[in-house]
Design a protein around this ligand. Structure first.
Ligand code: HEC
Length: 460
């Protein structure tokens, strides 16, 4: 049934949109339309529910750019660059007949939306996203993150922490921010905002000039940020967004030469970036589930990954080629590390910490003593440190797998670890928001505080 008021409104909108673009630009050609900025949000919001992976009406999908350009049952080109008359898109979004018009659920594109799509087609239907084969939803333009709350009603589980170069600052993932603490005094030094809701991975580049952040909002969005970092006076310059996704990124790791950055994604992929340009140079699609942790070998040649698919793997950092898989775990693999000689991998699954050979994936032995899941690992030249949900952190000698230190008095599950090698200090982050600073020589507790911003420190 035709609704005259509605039709009039549409006509007005179309005229208004045309008039406005003419007026604003003072030229005959409308402003350049960006696919990702202008068109993609319309498609995701108004079309994808019927033309996506789950429901593909008329066997037509538009959830990736590649699919959008391929026809469905109509066998008519959805979009012909520069030619509206040969574009089903144009015909269907402007169809007079309500039954035929898209979207065909009674919803209706506004005149402005129709004009944007038409202008985009007329201007050559260019793709300006990150990857034509990837979900459009994951490539939508970035909106600034909400500000962090002044203080938190409850502490957050501490999934990520890291020391600054001189050990004088401890960076801890907060809620839409990074909290910069003085780890010895337990005082808050700074708050860095415009960060994903939750932070799962934090790592400084080897020269400490860049901070990489992996995080997101579970099931909603994910992001990898690269932040130029100077400790004074204000640490944060403008962050570069290296990648976005519709679910979180769990970890980031710099290759020891600082030229490459790898990120672990919940889509089972590893994204590899060129640090100088910020461009994604490789996507390794090998795991069948979340990649939960990753790290490079000391020589920069290997990249090891942990996954919820219950495997740990080793790839060539140069080519992305799969070198080894360890599939002897019966639970998700939570953490992974590589021995300093790059011959062995240490991976954790449940309460098992296993060492296995890169060459043949054979088990060398286990680091035992844990009563619950092991969530984090660190290595140096001769030892491994592991953190567990049994509230303990244990250090082992790599050569004989003997325990050399056990710290068992944490208030809750230990989720994260940071090591400041020069000062021999270890920092641990617990599920209940507790940060502890330890002397790694004798296991003495130096400081403990809960990472909640005091009320008097306004958020950035
Ligand atoms: C409520 C479900 C629904 C929504 C929302 C929807 N469509 Fe459709 N679409 C359909 C159905 C059903 C058909 C098949 C129509 C037919 O057979 O007459 C179709 C067909 C199409 C086709 C032809 C595909 C082919 O076979 O080659 C295109 C192109 C298309 N839609 C684009 C869009 C666009 C663009 C939007 C958003 C502006 C959209 N659709 C929103 C249900 C929907």
């Amino acid at each position: 049934m035709k609704n005259p008021v509605f039709t009039l409104a549409i006509a007005f909108f179309v005229i208004f949109a045309n008039w406005r673009s003419l007026g604003a630009e003072e030229s005959e050609s409308p402003a350049e339309v960006s696919f990702i900025r202008d068109v993609a949000p319309i498609l995701v919001g108004k079309c994808q529910s019927c033309h996506g992976a789950k429901t593909a009406e008329s066997n037509y999908r538009l959830d990736t750019f590649e699919k959008l350009m391929q026809f469905g049952d109509f066998e008519m080109a959805p979009v012909t660059a520069g030619n509206l008359d040969d574009s089903e898109f144009h015909r269907l979004i402007t169809a007079e007949d309500e039954e035929e018009r898209m979207p065909n659920n009674g919803d209706q594109l506004t005149g402005v939306e129709i004009q944007l799509i038409d202008n985009w087609i007329s201007q050559g239907a260019k793709f300006d996203g990150q990857d034509p084969a990837a979900l459009i939803k994951g490539q939508l333009p970035r909106v600034a993150h909400p500000s962090a709350p002044a203080t938190y009603s409850t502490a957050l589980p501490l999934a990520a922490l890291t020391f600054s170069a001189d050990g004088g600052q401890l960076l801890v993932g907060g809620y839409h921010e990074i909290l910069v603490w003085d780890p010895v005094a337990g005082t808050l030094l700074d708050r860095v905002g415009d960060i994903p809701q939750r932070v799962y991975g934090l790592e400084f580049s080897p020269d400490k000039s860049l901070l990489a952040v992996a995080g997101g909002s579970p099931g909603v969005s994910g992001e990898v940020q690269l932040i130029p970092w100077t400790e004074a006076p204000k640490p944060k310059a403008k962050a570069q967004i290296l990648a976005t996704h519709d679910d979180v990124f769990f970890d980031v790791s710099f290759r020891p030469d600082g030229l490459q950055l790898a990120a672990a994604c919940s889509d089972g992929s590893v994204r590899v970036f060129d640090v100088a340009t910020g461009e994604q140079t490789r996507k390794i699609d090998n795991h069948a589930d979340w990649v939960t942790d990753l790290c490079y070998s000391a020589d920069g040649k290997l990249l090891a990954t942990a996954s919820r698919d219950k495997t740990a793997k080793v790839f060539s950092a140069e080519t992305g080629e799969l070198i080894a898989t360890y599939s002897g775990s019966n639970k998700p693999v939570e953490a992974v590390a590589i021995s300093p000689d790059a011959k062995q991998v240490i991976s954790t699954s449940g309460n098992v910490v296993r060492i296995w050979n890169v060459e043949d994936s054979k088990v060398v032995g286990d680091l035992s003593g844990f009563g619950a899941e092991v969530f984090a690992l660190l290595t140096d030249a001769e030892s491994v440190i592991a953190a567990s949900a049994d509230k303990s952190v244990r250090r082992f000698t790599l050569a004989d797998r003997k325990q050399s230190l056990a710290i068992t008095d944490h208030p809750h599950s230990v989720l994260s670890l940071a090591w400041h090698v020069a000062s021999k200090r270890l920092s641990t982050g617990c599920f209940d928001g507790t940060v502890s600073l330890w002397n790694l020589e004798d296991g003495a507790l130096l400081k403990r505080f809960v990472a909640i911003p005091p009320k008097a420190t306004p958020a950035n």
